[in-house]
Design a protein. Structure first.
Length: 102
């Protein structure tokens, strides 16, 4: 689940978007890239297994991850509690900028 908090359509800003993503226990996002957007994940709650390019590592509350454009990434919730992530994109997130890889 993704809840958009700030984006050009909602708030009139031009340079970034802000959302909260929730990954249910033991679920994962699909491997994808953003062609132009730089993205930051800030872990608000839980613990996950982050795939970033050819690296995989554990992330936990208060960790942040910088995701450069065109870098394949996904995250898996590895605990029974929900994994909550603050997602910041610049330029703002758009479906057209996102390419699923799986």
């Amino acid at each position: 689940m993704i809840q958009e908090l700030i984006n050009p359509t909602l708030s009139g800003n031009k340079n970034l978007s802000l959302a909260i993503a929730i990954v249910e226990p033991f679920k994962e996002t699909k491997l994808h890239i953003h062609k132009n957007s730089e993205e930051i994940y800030f872990i608000l709650q839980g613990k996950g297994l982050m795939t970033l390019g050819n690296k995989t590592f554990v992330v936990k509350k208060e960790d942040f991850i910088l995701i450069s454009p065109k870098t394949p990434h996904k995250i898996k919730n590895i605990e029974e509690e929900k994994l909550k992530i603050l997602c910041i994109c610049s330029p703002p997130y758009s479906h057209e900028d996102t390419e699923l890889l799986e």
